[in-house]
Ligand binder design. Structure first.
Ligand code: FPP
Length: 249
């Protein structure tokens, strides 16, 4: 199913008659390079990236985007040096702890997708707290992909389905795309319409592989900490120009 949202407060540069993507997904890439270019430690780039995220969440909410999924930490990111992993985890913890205050009055719902196994108890506790504190909000839903990897997500879905078949609670004949997608972390979320990847990379990097089958992709050389409203509007304007056929004519 394909639903379009309509903008609430339209920025002057946005086409007023244009359709606003319901769901935008972003690979927040280029933090490390942003820092290196300034002679700063990589972690300074991640901190600036988190600030950019806060600004982009507000702007997406203002223009009427309903879901924003951001790739904060992949299952592969554990392979980075320990001090970088630790810095990313404490940044995430800080973000989750301050989210109520910083987004106060913004009516934003926060959810985390990914594997909880491997995360510290402190982070797990904060995830549970912020999820429950914001679950009744009706504005933008921010989905933070944390300890996320699409292959793990799909493999776990297949394993759960297999267990149900073995138990006799699921009929193999009933397995179809719609049923399968209900076993993913994003079971109740529409697929992303637009996937944004800054920093000059053109990979999908194990992000929303199933869900982005028909997404439009927008790439830019801009590094994530420098991403701003201007680029978001550029991406949405380009999205509005594309002719989405979903395999049809
Ligand atoms: C990729 O850039 C970015 C990450 C692995 C982490 C993204 C995290 C944040 C933006 C901040 C924390 C998130 C939240 C939700 C508070 P990179 O380090 O690979 O950049 P590079 O390619 O330039 O090295």
């Amino acid at each position: 199913m394909w639903i379009f949202g309509h903008s609430k407060h339209i920025s002057p540069a946005l086409d007023k008659s244009g359709l606003i993507p319901v769901h935008i997904a972003i690979i927040m890439d280029g933090n490390g390079r942003w820092a290196s270019k300034r002679g700063l430690p990589r972690n300074a780039g991640h901190r600036e990236g988190a600030n950019t995220l806060k600004r982009i969440v507000r702007i997406c909410d203002e223009i009427g985007v309903k879901f924003l999924t951001v790739y904060a930490f992949s299952t592969e990111n554990w392979n980075r040096p320990k001090d970088e992993v630790d810095a990313l985890m404490s940044l995430l913890l800080e973000f989750l702890k301050n989210a109520d205050n910083e987004l106060a009055g913004k009516n934003i719902r926060i959810r985390v997708i990914g594997e909880s196994e491997g995360l510290s108890n402190e982070i797990k506790k904060e995830i549970a707290r912020i999820t429950s504190n914001t679950m009744n909000n009706t504005g933008l839903t921010l989905l933070i992909a944390l300890n996320y990897g699409s292959r793990t997500e799909i493999t776990n879905a297949a394993a759960r389905i297999a267990r149900e078949v073995k138990r006799g609670t699921l009929n193999p004949e009933d397995i179809n795309e719609k049923l399968f997608s209900r076993y993913l972390y994003t079971s109740d979320i529409p697929d992303p319409d637009l996937v944004i990847r800054p920093s000059g990379e053109h990979r999908i990097s194990n992000f929303l592989l199933w869900q982005s089958s028909y997404s439009e992709f927008w790439y830019s050389d801009i590094l994530w900490p420098d991403f701003s409203k201007k680029y978001l509007i550029e991406a949405i304007t380009e999205f509005q120009r594309r002719n989405r056929r979903f395999g049809g004519l």
